[in-house]
Design a protein around this ligand. Structure first.
Ligand code: ZN
Length: 278
């Protein structure tokens, strides 16, 4: 079994200017590092949650926040191990999860992402392209530890993966699971309908603890509940869109689901109406 420390939810949501859609706060948050199990840490704050797995052969990270967070991520890793950062898995292409890529690639790290995530980075002219991609599944073996990275289908974007740490019974979900209103990035192949199937497939895996893309460390039951919430959102979107796209977000009554209508959710409205019209 795993210990799940209570971690402060830290995801503020604004629409980022430019091509890179990001979940972040305008004012930079200080980063905090929490020990999730004896073998895994998480760095929370500012961009997406970063998982840190130190081993005797180097360190594996999941995601690397924004470029400006690189030095603080390095310092936090250094506080638990002298080993170099060997691998970084990007859960998807958004700049609050891949912003550190370029600097880490110039150091000791190789970056691995789903082929669709890399293609999204190429088409959006983002820096720090991963040198290694895969289609359905890949594994990384480092210092006697196994990390399994799996693609279950579209959701938040077309290239979201989940990263499993079997020895810790933990999964990092990227933005397929967040606290607050979801962002369906239709410009990057996202789909609320597909998201449901993607989570159903992921929930067949064996794990206890969930590191979401943003927000506090959670449990398996929270991810299962998130899937139910997304199904409710889909039903509400379909009903709200029947009266037109204008004002549809207000008609969905997100507050009843414990969510605030974020600018990124508002941005998803036309795509939501398009995909739920049949
Ligand atoms: Zn994202």
């Amino acid at each position: 079994m795993t210990k799940t420390p209570v971690v402060r939810a830290a995801a503020g949501i604004v629409a980022a200017a430019g091509l890179w859609l990001a979940w972040s706060q305008v004012a930079r948050q200080p980063l905090t590092m929490e020990k999730v199990t004896d073998g895994l840490w998480v760095i929370i704050g500012n961009g997406g949650n970063v998982a840190v797995m130190p081993t005797s052969e180097g360190v594996l990270l999941v995601d690397d926040k924004f470029d400006q967070d690189g030095p603080e991520i390095r310092a936090k890793v250094k506080s638990i191990t002298d080993q170099p950062i060997k691998y970084i898995v990007n859960t998807h292409q958004h700049g609050d999860h891949t912003g550190g890529n370029k600097a880490f690639l110039e150091g000791s790290a190789e970056i691995i992402a789903h082929k669709n995530a890399r293609a999204n980075m190429v088409s959006q002219k983002m820096p720090g392209l991963p040198r290694i991609t895969f289609s359905d599944e890949t594994q990384i073996f480092l210092g006697g530890k196994e990390v399994r990275v799996q693609y279950f289908g579209r959701g938040h974007t077309s290239g979201d993966v989940m990263v499993f740490f079997p020895s810790e019974r933990i999964v990092h979900t990227g933005d397929l699971f967040v606290r607050g209103a979801p962002f369906i990035d239709y410009s990057s192949g996202g789909s609320l309908t597909a998201w449901d199937q993607t989570l159903a497939a992921a929930l067949k895996a064996d794990f206890d603890t969930v590191i979401p893309g943003h927000g506090a460390v959670s449990k398996r039951a929270d991810l299962a509940q998130w899937r139910v919430t997304l199904a409710t959102l889909r039903t509400r979107a379909k009903a709200a869109c029947a009266q037109g796209t204008d004002g549809m977000v207000g008609r969905m009554k997100l507050e009843e689901l414990g969510m605030k209508p974020s600018p990124l959710f508002e941005r998803s409205a036309p795509g939501l109406c398009e995909e739920t019209k049949n």
